[in-house]
Design a protein. Sequence first.
Length: 372
Amino acid sequence: MVAARQPVLYKPGAAPALPADDVAVDVADDVTEVSDAYRGSDFAGLRREIRAANLLERRRGHYSARIAITSLAFAAAWALFGFVGNSWYQLLVAVACGVVSTQFAFLGHDGGHQQIFRSRRANDLLGIVVGDLLVGLSYGWWLDKHNRHHSHPNHEGLDPDIGDAVLAFTASHIAVRTGVVGRFVARYQAWLFFPLLTLEGIHLHVASLRSLLNFKARKYRSTELMLFSVHVLGYLGGVFFVLSPLKAICFIAIHQAAFGLYMGSSFAPNHKGMAIIEVGEKVDFLRRQVLTSRNVRGGWFTDELLGGLNYQIEHHLFPNMPRPSLPRAQQLVLKYCQDHHIDYTETSFFGSYAAALRHLHELGQPLRGQRT
């Protein structure tokens, strides 16, 4: 494993003007080797190796089993909800429903990246049914946002996942924080990170609804709006029909908190605390994806727990690679990065969260040194 360091990025004016995706950066030596640009993209060689290993082929058997198992778990969770009835034990059922909802969201993620079926329409259909109908998450809104993140991970001004939000993910966002609440949150954001994730589920639902109510033309919008409405009416109607008002509110709160915490915790370790590409900086595709991503070590349980997102480097390099092919791809990508002197970051499960929290804590340091 090579330690994570800030990459030396090609900056306009620092060398002859070349297309960004053709500029090779040797991070191990902290040198920008512009001459490498004339040998073509380093990513092309890795792509040939991946294709030769047939790692981009669809895995129908795997996904058929995964869809069936996840569907059964989803049905079992809600059947248990009906069986338990108007009881405070439903708060435990709510946690189970949150876990199953997240596992379904992982399937929607795979569909959005065209990993499951050969047909784009089939993948989109799966994503819409899983996202809008079963989870209550707008597939179209999420896909647009997620694709922008994949194109420019950790790139200030381009990656929506590090945009100025409740938490501050870059020094520039810390510098412009105003208001008592905003500065307080940024000051102690490492401590507030996990508590705030419990609200992420609600945020995703609200953002989805706002997007669907925006009459901007978008593919599948009408279908999404219909299925999203069915989800909201069925979910709220079912919960309030079975439970008393107080129990229903508590069930929804626990369910959405578990969903948000699980979802957020699955995505959080992947990029937080990794290299930030500042506005105007350029770096080739291979290094842009590898240097800004972090893998999480673990066996089959970690793979299942994190929905394959623990192979974040390989996923970013080959977004349409089926989830079960990622472990084999990791071996090829790691060797390729070592051969090309590119930092490849992999850490333990808990180490990934420690790195992300350390990054958030360090960003808030300037504000902790100031009086409100």
